[in-house]
Ligand binder design. Structure first.
Ligand SMILES: [Zn+2]
Length: 144
């Protein structure tokens, strides 16, 4: 869905602008890698990919700051599956995640398996904002 939006809004620069983000060369270089497909990347993983894919000089701090900016403006979704790092998801549509503790991989699954609780079950005086489900899994232990 993200990829389709980019094509409809006149490229990456238009995509960033439509979310209130000014498209600097560094932000465009980061966006080009982040939005090339639906994926989950940490800022460090993104930095490693950006470093080899662009001639623009992008520091690790710029990647961190840019991903915070992208997240605040709804371009990516933050996934807190692991307390030691934040994953950024280029797919902002409604879905949940399996997190493989052994491989560190996030895998999407349909949000319909864990629907939002009915409004009558929410604490008094609140309204539903979002539902993020992370199901942690491990690889099967192989038996000889
Ligand atoms: Zn995802």
């Amino acid at each position: 869905m993200v990829i389709q939006n980019i094509e409809h809004k006149g490229g990456l620069a238009g995509f960033l602008k439509s979310h209130g983000v000014y498209p600097t060369p560094q932000r465009l270089a980061i966006a080009e890698v982040m939005f090339e497909c639906h994926q989950h990347l940490t800022a460090d993983q993104l930095y490693d990919k950006v470093k080899v894919s662009t001639v623009v000089s992008v520091s690790r701090a710029t990647v961190y700051n840019t991903m915070t900016l992208f997240s605040e403006n709804g371009l990516v979704r933050e996934i807190h599956a692991d307390p030691t790092r934040v994953f950024y998801d280029s797919n902002t549509s409604r879905h949940h995640h399996f997190f493989n503790i052994d491989s560190g991989e996030l895998i999407d699954f349909d949000a319909d398996h864990y629907p939002a609780p009915p409004s009558t079950q929410l604490p008094d005086g609140t309204q539903l904002h979002s539902v993020d489900v992370v199901v942690r899994v491990r690889n099967n232990i192989s038996t000889p």
